[in-house]
Design a binder for this molecule. Sequence first.
Ligand code: MF3
Ligand code: CO
Length: 272
Amino acid sequence: MAKPIYIKTAEEIEKMRAACDLVSRTLGEVARWAKPGVTTLRLDTVAREYILDNGGLPTCLGYQGFPGTLCIEVNETVVHGFPSGYVLRDGDIVGTDCVVTLNGYHGDSCYTFVIGEVDEKTAGLLKTTKESLYVGIEAARAGHRIGDISNAIQTYCEHRGYSVVREMCGHGIGRSMHEEPEVPNFGRKGIGPMMKPGMCIAIEPMINLGSKNIVIERDGWQCHTRDRKPSAHYEHTVLITDGQAEILTTFKYIEEALGSRPGQEADTNTTE
Ligand code: MF3
Ligand code: CO
């Protein structure tokens, strides 16, 4: 039998809101540290301590043996990179993907940070990937199907010359970090499960500058682009409603942190 897609009660939605606020604030803390000279292990420690100090649990830490609170995605790393002694340097990009558990519910979000200044091609990749997240969210409505989100993201990115990673997907989220349905970032309109009010899903485009192909390393986790060109990743947890989907996570804490950092400007894309 197919696994169910859960419809959250009002009480559960409040818990989702709280978990999503905590993961959003956590990435806001990480944003203060995402700069040249800082190790990715430092980013991970900042996230873990913030989550624990605020009554949450770092969901990824120990999940099937994963060694971090954050998935660290430097340059060509697509997903599931390990925190390490790697020192971030000018021109890098680093995605930090974070999941928290709070009162039994999960919030999931990812943001790709610019370290110092990046080249124009990489900046373009980040801009399009972030925009594609909001384009996908726009398609997430009751009565629409999951394929409508997938198709919207794929079309937006491919028309701009980027490629969509096939092996990794967004997902339902709630009592578990990964629930039904799968939310691919490519596919046909009008296919897949129908969305209903009360569903919660994590939408997370993973978009490459070069080809779509990826390699999973021998550790079974870390994943990089086959051509070693950069990959970008942004993620929000959203609630399906009768109208526009409600975005439960937010980048506002990140953008506040980046905006207040001397010599760094928050990017000026859609903020939510
Ligand atoms: N945000 C990732 C996801 O959406 C988190 C999973 S990483 C793991 O699937 F380490 F927990 F596996
Ligand atoms: Co996710």
